[in-house]
Design a protein around this ligand. Structure first.
Ligand code: HEM
Length: 402
């Protein structure tokens, strides 16, 4: 068992995404943000399992002047839909993500990993994110969707601009500054959807064997998807499908560096790689928080929350809840039942649809990385850099000596 990451790797100021000294079942209202923060595992589990009480339609709490602008962006956004529309859309995408479709991607993931590492061959260092962890998942999801992987510099620019702010969104802040930040994000999102819209229109004219064509042709209960539904849905896939997996790859390598006994063990026995990845997902959960809105007054833990309130459910903190995980701050891939207990992929009807793909990419790429590099170490004086957005936990730069 191994404890604590080196102090130099401070992930977000004060690691406030963790529960800190608060009681495990604490639910804390932050007046400056207008949000209720949930840190405990049983509480998070209960919220994510009850979509009738805890809605995913968080946009409905936005101030009217902002909401007007966002309406066109929320159609087809699986993450923000509640039943029954969610069931319809989810059924559709589940057809594209069958276990066979995902398993068939393994040779391509291996090929891409080798190609990317070939480009870095001969150097005495790797920058894991730029060399492998960023390009691999974005190429995989772009190819699956059917948009040119060579446009990935555009996706990167858009994603960085969407998540660059270290500020949490505040429902109580109607300052110019927050409005400007939101307007900037909406403008970026629009560039993204315009881009995807052009590709969707092209598929309508010239169908191909890709997911975008499937979305264009798909019928849900006898109805075709609208253009906005298609592009917003494709945007969610492209966003959710790469940045999180980048963090998974980077965070796992970071954990192996921080806990060298596990580096040695997993190199000697690759069957340990899958549990190491799961423990890394628990220890440094890429999607740190998910948002919900209360449909009615409800008690969470010992706290009563009125209707129409925004909850930030900190799965990163829930994954360190001592009521569920013994010695939660220890990195221990031998924990029992870790896969079922951690909430890094969410829970309930919105459980991550890409989890099998993310796990496959993690196993395939990291196996090859360990084969090709017998030693990978962080470089003194060149610490890793982390996502500025508090709801994300992951490296954005990881220089390694080889
Ligand atoms: C949903 C995490 C990779 C697509 C989610 C949710 C979490 C999550 C926590 C639930 C959100 C909520 O309840 O509001 C992650 C992590 C990943 C990962 C940690 C990598 C390590 C992927 C990949 C894809 C993907 C590779 C696509 C190829 C989605 C989609 C949803 C989702 C479409 C929405 C599902 C729904 O609302 O029904 N993900 N994800 N994710 N994820 Fe992932």
């Amino acid at each position: 068992m191994s404890t604590a990451l080196p102090e130099a790797w401070t992930i977000h100021e004060g690691q406030f995404w963790l529960r800190g000294e608060r009681p495990a079942n604490a639910v804390e209202f932050k007046p400056e943000l207008g949000t209720w923060n949930v840190y405990g595992h049983p509480e998070a589990h209960e919220i994510l399992s009850d979509p009738a009480t805890f809605s995913s339609d968080t946009a409905r709490l936005l101030p009217e002047k902002t909401l007007g602008d966002t309406k066109e962006l929320s159609a087809g956004n699986l993450l923000q839909l509640d039943p029954p529309l969610h069931n319809k859309m989810r059924k559709l995408v589940s057809r594209a993500f069958t276990p066979k479709v995902v398993a068939d991607l393994e040779p391509r993931i291996a090929e891409l990993t080798h190609e990317l590492l070939d480009e870095a061959a001969g150097r005495d260092h790797l920058e894991l994110v730029a060399d492998l962890a960023y390009p691999l998942p974005v190429i995989v999801i772009a190819e699956l969707l059917g948009v040119p992987a060579s446009d990935r510099h555009l996706f990167r620019e858009w994603v960085d601009r969407l998540f660059e702010s270290p500020e949490q969104f505040s429902l109580t802040d109607d300052s110019e500054e927050q409005q400007k930040r939101l307007q900037d994000q909406l403008a970026v999102s629009r560039k993204f959807t315009d881009y995807l819209g052009e590709h969707a229109d092209e598929r309508r004219r010239n169908p191909r064997e890709d997911l975008l064509t499937k979305l264009v042709e798909a019928e849900v209960d006898g109805e075709r998807l609208t253009r906005s539904e298609i592009v917003n849905f494709a945007q969610v896939l492209l966003l959710a499908g790469h940045i999180t997996t980048t963090m998974l790859l980077g965070n796992t390598v970071l954990c192996l560096d921080a806990f060298p006994e596990w580096d040695a063990r997993v190199r000697a026995d690759r069957a340990l790689l899958a549990p190491v990845i799961e423990e890394s997902l628990r220890y440094l959960s890429p999607f740190g928080a998910v948002a919900r809105v209360t449909n009615r007054e409800v008690t969470v833990g010992v706290t009563t929350i009125p209707a129409d309130q925004m909850l930030m459910v900190w799965v990163a903190a829930a994954n360190r809840d001592p009521r569920v995980f013994a010695e939660p701050d220890s990195f221990d891939p031998t924990r029992e039942d870790i896969t079922h207990a951690h909430l890094a992929f969410g829970r309930g009807i919105h459980f991550c649809i890409g989890a099998p793909l993310a796990r496959l990419e993690g196993r395939t790429a990291l196996n090859i990385l360990l084969d090709r590099y017998p030693s990978l170490r962080t470089i003194p004086g060149e610490p890793p850099a982390f996502q500025p957005n508090p709801a994300m936990t992951g490296v954005t730069k990881l220089p390694l000596s080889v």
